[in-house]
Design a protein around this ligand. Structure first.
Ligand code: ADP
Ligand code: MG
Length: 400
C-alpha cells in the first residue's frame, strides 16, 4: 500500500523524471534531450455530467506520465521508437504519414496524438522516447489522457512550438476517440493540460469555460482510495447510460439534459419511463451539487462540500446505478470515520463499477484515516486498497 502524506508527493515527479531519463540513456545510448510531464486527474464532483453538457470539478493530481526523448536515427521514412518502462514494451511508428487507428494497445494513445500533429501539417523528425509514469494504469485517474497530453507536450518540444492549450486538449481527446475507441468528454484532457497547483477547475462541458476555484488551505487534502476492483460490465453500461440520458432529454423535449430543470422533470414524471426519470434526476441534481460544492470550497466550507460529495455518491448509487459494493463499502467507512476523525466527505469518482473513491480530509489525519480505511476495507472485502493523498497539481509542462 502506498500512502503518502500530502507534502511528500513533490519529490515523486523528480524521481519519475530521473528514472525515465536513466532508462532513456540505457535504451538509446544518449542522454535525453527533452523531458516532459502530464498529470492524471481526479474529479471531486460532477459525475456522468460531462456528456450531458453539464459541470465537473476536477483537478490534476501529483502523479505524472513523464516522457524522456531525443533525436532518432535519420532515415527514410523518419520513425519514432517509443518504450514504456511500465509495460516493458516498445513500438516503432513511421512519421511520414499519419498512423491509422487499429487494434487498441498502449501505442494507440501515442499514435493518435502523432496522427493529430501530422494531420495539422506538422513535419515530425525521427525521435526516440521512453515513457514512465506514476499514474496507476487503468485506475480511473486517467493515465490515458496523461499519456496523450504528455505525448502532445513532447511533440511541442520537438517542434519548438506550442499549440493553443484548448486545441492541444481537443487534439488529445480526438486521439482517445479515434484510436482508443473511447467516446470521452473533455474533462480528462482539459484537466491534464490546464491543471494548476492549489486550484480546482469548475468546467462547463458545454461552453468549455473553465473557472478556477482556489483550493489553498494546507489543512485540507484530497485522499484517493483505489478499490482495486474493476467490474467487467463498464463499457456496455457506459454506453447504456449515455443512451438513457439522451432518451430522458428527448422525453423532456430538450436536446440535452443541461436544458432541463427540476420543474420540467417533476411535471413529466408520470409520463416518463421510471429508469429514464432517475437517470435524469441524477444529472440534474449532480449539476446543482457541483456548482454548490465549488462555492463551498471557495468559501472553505468543508463540511458543506463533504455533504455534497456524500449526496453525489448516493445519487450515483441509487439513481444512476453505477456504483458497486466495494465503492459503497469505502464510502461507508469514510462516513463512519466522520468529521470527528477528519473526513469531510467521500464519493466514488470516475465511470463507476470499481475504480476510486475520492475524499476531502484533514491533512493532519491522513495517516490515521488511511490506516482505518485499509483495515476495514481489507476485512470486509478481502481486497487491499491503494491509497494516496494529493493536492491539486500543475498541468502538463516541460521538464527539460
Ligand atoms: P485510465 O485512463 O483510467 O488509467 P484507461 O483504460 O483509459 O484507464 O487507460 C489505460 C491505458 O493507457 C493502459 O492500458 C495503457 O494502454 C495506456 N497507458 C497509460 N499509462 C501508460 C504507460 N505508462 N505506459 C504505457 N501505456 C500506458
Ligand atoms: Mg482513460
Amino acid at each position: 500500500m502506498a500512502s503518502n502524506p500530502a507534502s511528500s508527493n513533490a519529490p515523486l515527479l523528480a524521481a519519475t523524471q530521473q528514472q525515465a531519463e536513466r532508462h532513456y540513456l540505457q535504451a538509446f545510448g544518449q542522454p535525453a534531450q527533452w523531458c516532459v510531464a502530464a498529470p492524471g486527474r481526479v474529479n471531486l464532483i460532477g459525475e456522468h455530467t460531462d456528456y450531458n453538457d453539464g459541470f465537473v470539478l476536477p483537478m490534476a493530481i501529483e502523479r505524472y506520465v513523464v516522457i524522456a526523448a531525443g533525436p532518432g536515427k535519420v532515415g527514410h521514412p523518419p520513425a519514432a521508437t517509443i518504450r514504456s518502462v511500465d509495460l516493458q514494451e516498445s513500438f516503432t511508428v513511421p512519421l511520414n504519414q499519419p498512423p491509422q487507428p487499429g487494434n487498441v494497445a498502449w501505442s494507440s494513445y501515442l499514435a493518435g496524438v502523432i496522427a493529430g500533429f501530422l494531420d495539422r501539417g506538422e513535419a515530425l523528425p525521427a525521435f526516440n522516447a521512453v515513457v514512465h509514469s506514476s499514474v496507476p494504469l487503468g485506475g480511473g485517474l486517467s493515465s490515458s489522457a496523461a499519456l496523450e497530453v504528455a505525448t502532445a507536450t513532447l511533440l511541442e518540444s520537438i517542434l519548438a512550438t506550442s499549440l493553443d492549450p484548448s486545441a492541444k486538449a481537443l487534439l488529445c481527446q480526438q486521439a482517445e476517440h479515434r484510436f482508443a475507441n473511447v467516446p470521452c468528454g473533455i474533462m480528462d484532457q482539459f484537466s491534464s493540460v490546464f491543471g494548476q497547483a492549489d486550484v480546482l477547475m469548475l468546467l462547463d462541458c458545454r461552453s468549455r469555460h473553465l473557472q478556477p476555484i482556489p483550493f489553498t488551505s494546507p489543512a485540507v487534502t484530497v485522499l484517493i482510495v483505489n478499490s482495486n476492483v474493476r467490474h467487467e460490465l463498464t463499457g456496455g453500461e457506459y454506453a447504456a447510460r449515455r443512451r438513457q440520458c439522451e432518451a430522458a432529454a428527448q422525453a423532456l423535449g430538450s436536446a440535452s439534459l443541461r436544458d432541463t430543470t427540476a420543474t420540467m422533470l417533476a411535471a413529466s414524471s408520470r409520463q416518463m419511463d421510471e429508469v429514464a426519470y432517475r437517470r435524469a434526476r441524477h444529472v440534474l441534481t449532480e449539476n446543482e451539487r457541483t456548482l454548490q460544492a465549488a462555492e463551498a470550497i471557495r468559501m472553505q466550507d468543508w463540511p458543506t462540500a463533504g455533504k455534497l460529495m456524500y449526496a453525489s455518491h448516493a445519487s450515483l448509487r441509487d439513481d444512476f446505478e453505477v456504483s458497486c459494493d466495494e465503492l459503497d463499502c469505502l464510502v461507508a467507512i469514510a462516513e463512519q470515520i466522520g468529521i470527528a476523525g477528519g473526513v469531510f466527505g467521500a464519493r466514488m469518482t470516475g465511470g463507476g463499477f470499481g475504480g476510486c473513491v475520492v475524499s476531502l480530509v484533514n491533512t493532519d489525519a491522513v495517516a490515521a484515516i488511511t490506516e482505518t480505511i485499509y483495515t476495514h476495507y481489507t476485512a470486509q472485502t478481502g481486497i487491499e486498497p491503494t491509497t494516496f493523498a494529493t493536492r491539486p497539481a500543475r498541468g502538463s509542462h516541460v521538464l527539460r
